[in-house]
Design a protein. Structure first.
Length: 199
């Protein structure tokens, strides 16, 4: 349940009162998540237009916002299942945009994009089904590490093209396979959690 549910109304801080009034939609971490999402997507669009340095800077800033939202939720006492959905959804949206932008800009082969889109469609389908069935579903240790590996790989790829390295194409292929392996690991983790919850 949300943090503020366990706090008597008279003892709630202003952020908890706002969260309670809006059903958990308006909270400092949710606002930060949305701002980070917008910044990161704009950065990816710039990368797609070959403006690598500004794009990379904005993606990095957007991803930093993603780290801040959890800390902010703890500081303001506004952690909630809805906030967790906001956070997880923003990660998936940013990755989906990256997966689409990269081949359009010639930074990733199309076969990688197709495989990644299939894997992430499976992950989203399992996640939506689990929530509809009201299963307890949380980000796993493996999922968090795999996502971190994916973003690190993407940053390496962006730097490779920004620096016009002659090996940028090779880096692109390596990063594509890393993204596929990490996504497959996340999908397998979701399948295991789903089977465990439905057993």
């Amino acid at each position: 349940e949300p943090d503020w549910q366990s706090v008597p109304p008279k003892d709630r801080n202003r952020w908890q009162r706002l969260a309670a009034r809006t059903g958990g939609w308006v909270t400092p971490p949710n606002v930060v998540t949305i701002i980070g999402l917008i910044i990161a997507i704009y950065g990816l669009i710039l990368i797609g237009q070959y403006d690598y340095w500004w794009g990379l800077a904005l993606v990095a800033i957007g991803r930093l916002f993603d780290l801040v939202d959890g800390w902010l939720a703890a500081r303001t006492g506004t952690k909630s299942p809805l906030g967790e959905v906001f956070d997880a959804s923003s990660d998936k949206i940013i990755l989906a945009v990256a997966i689409i932008v990269l081949p359009l800009a010639g930074l990733m082969p199309w076969f990688g994009t197709i495989i990644l889109l299939i894997l992430h469609a499976i992950i989203s389908l399992i996640s939506i089904t689990a929530r509809l069935r009201q299963y307890e579903y949380h980000s796993s240790w493996l999922g968090k590490r795999a996502t971190a590996v994916m973003w690190f790989s993407l940053v390496v790829l962006f730097f490779g093209y920004a620096l016009h390295l002659p090996s940028a194409h090779t880096i692109s292929l390596i990063v594509t396979w890393i993204l596929i392996a990490a996504s497959a690991a996340i999908a397998a983790s979701y399948v295991r959690q789903f089977k465990s919850a439905s057993a």
